[in-house]
Write a protein that binds this ligand. Sequence first.
Ligand SMILES: C[S@@+](CC[C@H](N)C(=O)[O-])C[C@H]1O[C@@H](n2cnc3c(N)ncnc32)[C@H](O)[C@@H]1O
Length: 344
Amino acid sequence: MPIGLGDEEAAAYASGEAPGSFVDMLGTAAYRCAAAAQRLGVFGALADGPLTAPALAAAIGADQRGVGLLADALVEFGYLDHTGDGYASTPVAAKWLAGSAGYAVVELFWQRVLFELWDGLEESVRTGKPAVDFYAWLAERPETSRHFQTMLDAHATHLAAEVGDLLPVSDGSVLDLGGGHGRYSIALCQRHPGLTATVVDFPGALGTAAVEAAGLTDRVTMRAGDYTREPLGTGHDLVLLFNVLHGHTEANNRALLARVAEALRPGGTVAILENSTDVPPEEGRAGVAFLHTFSLNLFHGQGGQVYPAARIGGWLTDAGFRAPTTTRLRESPGQHLILAQRSA
Ligand SMILES: C[S@@+](CC[C@H](N)C(=O)[O-])C[C@H]1O[C@@H](n2cnc3c(N)ncnc32)[C@H](O)[C@@H]1O
């Protein structure tokens, strides 16, 4: 939690009279403490009520002195309260950081990114090339990979109905590039009995179990492969590129869109789901700050970035698509669905 500075203190840091970066340094320490507590199970252990430091240490199997010092720091940073009965989670910590499901997974993923993946950030910025390969890094970390896929799956589950309403397809063949968890292809095939789908993604990302659970193994094919190299086939009615273009450079996106045009039948649709640099006001200052964090992370780990929706529209036109349209999603205003038809 941002530490609550008094007006005078805050003004001194904001004006430059005092080093404002010191407050950010403390913010980083605060987040490091919260992350350690989350991973140690501190907030889960306090779910049933306050515990003294020795009792908390015993509950999470950790060192008593270490737990006491961490807990005191967490009190200062707003994640714990010190009560007469010991330490208790603050409402923020209890609601968002106890356990490892729901929003807590987002934090578990981003902690690893910020504390480990961003180690070589300066090198990426200096050279203009990703200093790490995000997906290779992820493949070596099964737990973080699971958190990443869980996060994407939950987001897709939330948006699938709205996106399904906007996609102009009812039967035929869908190619879902980088479709991983398969949630969008599953939802489309459930909605349209005449549709089949092929999801292409790296082997560890494929949500084969979800397809089986939906009883759709005869209509949704999960294909392990690299969509930048694999043949994409021809005659598809719809190609999904959902949260995919942000992982590539402009040149690679142009090349991919040209291949997608060849894979579609004339009049077939490419559907692109992406964040755009024009963040709607309802996303607030935090939304804008996250977009910059996300974009920098894409640059650092994949050579991509968040692009303006209009720029993607230009690539589509250059690749032989007609009149791209952009719709901001109601359920996630930062996400834009861009649709365009392959010219005849
Ligand atoms: C940000 S996720 C988006 C997942 C899904 N389309 C969605 O919107 O929820 C990007 C996906 O693309 C996959 N991916 C990235 N590069 C790929 C490549 N070259 N070949 C196949 N899959 C790739 C990743 O494994 C990941 O599942």
